[in-house]
Design a binder for this molecule. Structure first.
Ligand code: ZN
Length: 247
């Protein structure tokens, strides 16, 4: 079974299409939230995810654009983009966003996975960005593995040895896959539509249950075309500029 794990598309249709072309065929598409917010194509991205039959959890931007409370904690540019999206999305997009669950559980031959945008103890807002935070949330994960988004940074935490407390963090850019037959893993695929690890290419992850591995991938896309669409839409210029930096 080949599972494509994507997160934080953020209304960036060009990045999503480049990722889907790179994936080729997958048996399942798992989306970890923030389909919308920041970018110029909220309806088209949601429609594409629906066409794929992607299963998805709710991100803080999905919540904000659907009319939720999360918009109150946004910085000014994110708030402006969320309000821009609220004013333009179709009723079908709003209904899809509003119906997204906070967490999902999926069973696979390499163990069960929790899918959540932030963390199991705070599904919309908590960032799992360090080994200290990963260690804190590990007891709250009811499945063997956990997939998170939200930080837009590819991350790999995994237990080694007998006890859950022996938690290791690996650098994803070294290109090594995560071995899912060993220990418990907390994995972040990175962001499709707004990477923040200094690499502007779109990021995603493939879980190959036959090989027992999760591998991270990066894909070039037409960043300038997305930036032009954002400028034409009147979205905040800083949000367009940061796409070039991957930050
Ligand atoms: Zn996000």
């Amino acid at each position: 079974m080949r599972i494509a794990v994507i997160s934080d598309v953020h209304s960036n249709l060009r990045a999503l299409e480049a990722v889907l072309a790179d994936i080729g065929a997958a048996d399942a598409y798992w989306h970890l939230g923030d389909a919308v917010g920041y970018g110029p194509d909220p309806d088209a991205v949601v429609e594409r995810l629906r066409q794929l039959g992607a299963i998805s959890v709710r991100g803080n931007h999905d919540d904000a654009v659907a009319g939720g409370e999360c918009i109150r904690w946004f910085v000014a540019d994110a708030q402006e983009a969320a309000e821009w999206s609220r004013a333009r999305i179709s009723a079908a997009t709003r209904a899809w966003l509003a119906a997204l669950p906070l967490q999902l559980v999926q069973e696979t031959p390499v163990g069960s996975f929790t899918l959540v945008h932030g963390s199991p103890r705070d599904p919309l807002l908590e960032y799992v960005y360090s080994r200290a935070v990963a260690r804190e949330i590990l007891p709250e994960i009811k499945t063997r593995h956990c997939l998170v988004g939200h930080s837009h940074i590819p991350l790999h935490f995994q237990t080694t040895g007998e006890r859950d407390s022996s938690l290791e963090e690996w650098q994803v850019d070294s290109g090594h896959p995560a071995r899912l037959g060993e220990g418990r893993a907390i994995l972040n695929p990175g962001g499709v539509g707004q990477p923040r690890d200094g690499d502007p290419r779109a990021a995603y992850m493939i879980i190959d249950t036959g090989a027992g591995e999760a591998a991270w991938r990066r894909v070039d896309y037409d960043i300038e075309a997305t930036q032009r669409a954002m400028r034409d839409a009147g979205l905040p210029p800083a949000l367009a500029f940061r796409l070039s930096l991957g930050h």
